[in-house]
Design a protein around this ligand. Structure first.
Ligand code: HEC
Ligand code: HEC
Ligand code: HEC
Ligand code: HEC
Ligand code: HEC
Ligand code: HEC
Ligand code: HEC
Length: 325
């Protein structure tokens, strides 16, 4: 009996908790311990900020008290050096994006009111970044459900953490890691009500429950990204940025589990380009997953067809001979 209950508990827990557990387990080394290899030209300069923002605790001289005071940094103010120095903007100094006046502490109040640069301010029209198609991404984003939240403070930075964002799918060597990385971008808000409620009056939504119509949710969430089902297909950019209202999300199983799997024009787009289709149908997927219905081997199908026909012929001859006797 005990075993029976333990089993139920275990399967229950693994169904409901494992996707969450999978998404939370990503943390690199302990924050504050610098193990990054990149030699930034601004390493020392950035330490002016990291000495307070690089870990959970900071110290400053309280001039009124005339002594050192220790205090705790607010969670969003903590920046992991190890993630910063592998990010896309690792070659930046903090004060390339933030006012030089932040070197003063306490930080002057009016700095709070400052505007931050948008991606397009720097990347718009720049030949060097043409392959990313920033303008097209921007116009997709303007059609997405999140754009109407701009007045509440939603921007490209809401998904692209300014201190950690790193391109992944473009040069992905481990697709599962990329999927985890990309899904965390969404879950960091949709499963983090503290952040979510800054932007919406909607009550807390349990994302895992909302998707419990999907069998083996954990396996699915490890093998496909949120955007596979939630963004409109756009063949001219690598990552479609047009997140659609929930009514338009993919729900039909055969959109992936079929010969014309949508996965070939989303998740597997980059690997797929320029590769032949011979052998296994959608063979590129097979390096990562076996997707029922989408992966079929055309040679095997032919061989089984031929064997089937031969069997029919043999049975036919047999029946014919018996009847003659
Ligand atoms: C002596 C510790 C200390 C140092 C050094 C320091 N900060 Fe801060 N910083 C804080 C604390 C504490 C807060 C939260 C309170 C506040 O907003 O003033 C903060 C807040 C911020 C904020 C958020 C302000 C907002 O509008 O919410 C930014 C941005 C920031 N710091 C950037 C920097 C940069 C860039 C540097 C380096 C040039 C730096 N800080 C150096 C302690 C420090
Ligand atoms: C590529 C530009 C860029 C660089 C480089 C950068 N930041 Fe930021 N930082 C931003 C933007 C943009 C925001 C506002 C994010 C938002 O609106 O969600 C921000 C926010 C912050 C905040 C406030 C976080 C919060 O949620 O309140 C702190 C603290 C901060 N940055 C510190 C730093 C420090 C320290 C460095 C250097 C190690 C640094 N930043 C480097 C762009 C940058
Ligand atoms: C202040 C100017 C500035 C802003 C704002 C900015 N970037 Fe960048 N970005 C750069 C520069 C400069 C580089 C090149 C850095 C290098 O080569 O070390 C870069 C690099 C990149 C790369 C990596 C390119 C590669 O080939 O590795 C990507 C992707 C990128 N940025 C995306 C974004 C996104 C998305 C945003 C907004 C959320 C953004 N950037 C905001 C200036 C900026
Ligand atoms: C709702 C979340 C979200 C928003 C908002 C968002 N992005 Fe992205 N973006 C993503 C995800 C997820 C990826 C895939 C990251 C990866 O695997 O490289 C991505 C990738 C990118 C890339 C790299 C694509 C490539 O070809 O390698 C660029 C450039 C980019 N975004 C720019 C932008 C710009 C500019 C904006 C604002 C106009 C923006 N993003 C807003 C989620 C978002
Ligand atoms: C910073 C927070 C944040 C991030 C990051 C974010 N979202 Fe959202 N998203 C919201 C908010 C807030 C809403 C609007 C909820 C409302 O009020 O209806 C929303 C709405 C949506 C909707 C529409 C729901 C509906 O009712 O039609 C979908 C689908 C969605 N997001 C998917 C995603 C996906 C996929 C990603 C990652 C690529 C993502 N979101 C990233 C905050 C976020
Ligand atoms: C297999 C396709 C699929 C995948 C993968 C998927 N979704 Fe959904 N999602 C849907 C469908 C279909 C709905 C509409 C459900 C409904 O209305 O009952 C939905 C609903 C939603 C909603 C609206 C919830 C509400 O009612 O307010 C959000 C937000 C959302 N998904 C975010 C995500 C995030 C974040 C991920 C990645 C971790 C994700 N989805 C992965 C298909 C998918
Ligand atoms: C966005 C694409 C997508 C959609 C939509 C989708 N699937 Fe899947 N499914 C996958 C992928 C990819 C895998 C491979 C998982 C893996 O790597 O094991 C998978 C695996 C499975 C498996 C095997 C799970 C396992 O444990 O190995 C079953 C069963 C399944 N899907 C059923 C369904 C059903 C039923 C639906 C509709 C309600 C559905 N799928 C919708 C992409 C999808």
């Amino acid at each position: 009996m005990k075993f029976f209950f333990a089993l139920i508990l275990f399967t229950g827990l693994s169904t409901y908790c494992s996707p969450v557990a999978v998404f939370i387990s990503e943390k690199a080394g302990p924050i504050g311990k610098d193990t990054s290899l990149y030699i930034s030209p601004f390493r020392e300069k950035n330490e002016r900020c990291f000495k307070c923002h690089g870990q959970g605790r900071y110290e400053y001289t309280n001039e009124n008290l005339g002594r050192q005071v220790k205090s705790l940094m607010f969670p969003q103010g903590i920046i992991d050096r190890n993630k910063f120095y592998i990010a896309n903007h690792k070659s930046f100094s903090c004060t390339d994006c933030h006012s030089e006046d932040y070197t003063k502490f306490p930080h002057p109040g009016q700095l709070r009111m400052g505007m931050s640069n948008n991606c397009l301010d720097c990347h718009g029209g720049d030949e060097k970044f043409a392959k990313f198609k920033f303008e097209e991404i921007d116009s997709d984003y303007r059609k997405s459900v999140h754009f109407k939240l701009e007045d509440e403070g939603f921007t490209c930075w809401s998904c692209h953490n300014p201190h950690e964002y790193k391109i992944s799918i473009r040069d992905s060597k481990n697709l599962k890691e990329t999927i985890l990385y990309d899904n965390n971008i969404c879950l960091d808000c949709h499963s983090n009500y503290n952040r979510f409620q800054l932007l919406s009056d909607k009550g807390e939504v349990n994302i895992m429950k909302k998707h419990d119509w999907l069998p083996d949710q954990a396996a699915h969430f490890k093998s496909v990204r949120c955007i596979e089902c939630h963004s409109a297909i756009n063949d001219s950019v690598l990552v479609s940025h047009q997140i659609m209202p929930k009514e338009n999300a993919v729900r039909k199983c055969n959109e992936c589990h079929s010969k014309n799997s949508l996965l070939m024009s989303s998740l597997y787009k980059f690997q797929y380009q320029g590769k032949s289709k011979a052998g296994f149908l959608n063979g590129i997927i097979l390096n990562q997953s076996y997707v029922i219905g989408a992966n079929r081997n055309e040679y095997l199908e032919w061989i089984s067809f031929v064997i089937f026909t031969i069997v029919l012929i043999v049975i036919g001859i047999h029946v014919f001979l018996r009847m003659r006797k």
